[in-house]
Design a protein around this ligand. Structure first.
Ligand SMILES: CC(C)(COP(=O)(O)OP(=O)(O)OC[C@H]1O[C@@H](n2cnc3c(N)ncnc32)[C@H](O)[C@@H]1OP(=O)(O)O)[C@@H](O)C(=O)NCCC(=O)NCCS
Length: 305
């Protein structure tokens, strides 16, 4: 079996294995694969970045990696035909290693993957390929209601939106929010604020009018709130929210969430989503109290070079 980067003529077949787990009748499904691919390509996913396991010209397994930003990548776990299930851990490990090597060739220093909590075989394959646990993430959502539109931030809290010439202040504040963070703490020492900000811009659709810097009554920057529109649905995501360490524990985090709900409500979007490290108790407390409900729990594993 050959493990390598996908060839152009194999892209659709490999994507079908990746997305559906097994290929269907090639000719009749070609159109719907094409449609599926077009839809996923509109999310920015590049299907030429697939690693395939090929035997006698047939794609038996596929895994993909996406470049999140210039220095980080995400590996989508391998999917394979039922016929190769028995040898999957060894095969998966080989494919993951190949995906990591390709991502590194393109400049990635950090490679992550998100797996189902109970997916032990896949977690084993990633660990065998050198990945370490980063965090357990709780995925949460909240449907804004009419009352959210009337929510007022405290009068002394002022929000301004992102502009290119304010990027330096955004970076300074993001850097200050790393202090004592419980939000995937292992990452805060690995990535610069510039790299993180670039990653946030590429997560979903970046809209500068939905990125906020908050100031207190002394005009001191106290935190940031970054909301991105998700590409394939009518949802906004809290890409990042952070309060500068010395201002924590005074209700600012909750005020930011209420402000986010109000802005989402004004844009007539239907859902606000987020993912939070389950060890991040202050953040979890805020989201639960603000009415967010958990929709899934997943494990994040990473490798850093
Ligand atoms: C998570 C975070 C935004 C919370 O901001 P905050 O302004 O402290 O939030 P709040 O003041 O609204 O408090 C949240 C809860 O945690 C408690 N808390 C927060 N920091 C605390 C501290 N240093 N000491 C004691 N309690 C604290 C609050 O009392 C509150 O609980 P309560 O409602 O039961 O009283 C902030 O800790 C932070 O920026 N952390 C680093 C980045 C991060 O984790 N972002 C979240 C990504 S999902």
């Amino acid at each position: 079996m050959e493990i390598r980067l996908v060839r152009p003529e194999e892209i659709n077949q490999a994507a079908a294995v990746l997305l559906l787990g097994r290929p269907r009748c090639p000719s009749s499904m070609e159109k719907s694969y094409g449609e599926l691919l077009a839809r996923l390509k509109s999310t920015g996913m590049d299907f030429s970045r697939q690693i395939v396991a090929v035997k006698e010209g047939e794609v038996l397994a596929s895994c993909a990696f996406t470049q999140v930003d210039p220095t980080s990548a995400h590996v989508i776990a391998p999917a394979m035909l039922p016929s190769v299930e028995t040898e999957n851990i060894k095969l998966e490990r080989g494919m993951i290693e190949c995906a990591v090597a390709e991502a590194r060739r393109l400049g990635a220093k950090l490679v992550q993957t998100v797996l189902e909590k109970e997916d032990w075989p896949r977690q084993t394959a990633f660990r065998d390929a050198g990945f370490e646990p980063l965090a357990e993430l709780s995925f949460m959502e909240r449907h804004p209601q009419r009352a959210d539109c009337a929510m007022e931030a405290p009068p002394w809290l002022r929000f301004i939106t992102y502009e290119k010439d304010r990027e330096g202040v955004f970076l300074d504040v993001i850097r200050s929010t790393y202090e004592g963070t419980l939000d995937c703490p292992a990452l805060s020492s690995l990535r610069t604020a510039e790299e993180t900000l670039e990653g946030h811009k590429r997560s979903g659709k970046f809209d500068p009018l939905m990125w906020f810097l908050a100031f207190d009554k002394r005009n001191t920057p106290v935190g940031v709130l970054l909301l991105n529109l998700m590409e394939i649905s009518d949802r906004f995501n809290v890409t990042f929210m952070g309060v500068v360490a010395e201002f924590r524990g005074r209700g600012l985090g909750m005020a930011f969430v209420k402000y986010a709900l109000r802005r989402i409500c004004e844009t007539h979007r239907t859902v606000l989503t987020l993912a939070v490290d389950t060890r991040n108790w202050p953040a979890c407390r805020i989201y639960k109290e603000a009415g967010f409900v958990e929709t899934a729990r997943k494990e994040v594993l990473y490798r850093y070079f």
